[in-house]
Design a protein around this ligand. Structure first.
Ligand SMILES: [Zn+2]
Length: 132
């Protein structure tokens, strides 16, 4: 860069409240280390691009984690609500209902004891005995 152009640049820099050191850098080091300053500027631009890629990846992971947490929160809320309410019917399987919100009827099973009835869920296998 020609000295005249550097002086003009230094004048503009002064108008933008640059310090004397800033002006000296423009006039001195810029002429001697111009190549390395250009390289440093390219390096910084590449570093910014890499940082943007890293932050975009991080944000994708954050969004995925938020979606997983929201799904878990909704599942927990649904379980809590089901647990605070009666079963949807007398023979509904409590395991299927409380754990998954599924309404499956338990069926009576043959029992060796006449005074106890056994009921079994055909879906999950949960078994419960009831006194007759
Ligand atoms: Zn069940």
């Amino acid at each position: 860069m020609a000295r005249r152009a550097l002086l003009a640049l230094a004048g503009k820099a002064a108008a933008h409240r640059m310090t004397p050191v800033d002006r000296a850098v423009i006039l001195g080091i810029a002429t001697n280390l111009g190549d390395s300053i250009v390289r440093t500027s390219k390096d910084r631009e590449e570093e910014r691009r890499e940082e943007v890629r890293r932050l975009e990846d991080e944000n994708k992971e954050i969004v995925a984690q938020l979606a997983r947490l929201k799904a878990k929160h909704l599942k927990n809320e649904a379980y809590i609500l089901r647990s605070r309410s009666p079963l949807p019917s007398k023979d509904a399987c409590p395991q299927c209902w409380y754990d998954h919100g599924n309404h499956h009827q338990m069926k009576p099973q043959p029992s060796a004891e006449h005074r106890i009835d056994a009921y079994r869920c055909g879906e999950c296998g949960y078994t419960e005995t009831r006194k007759v």
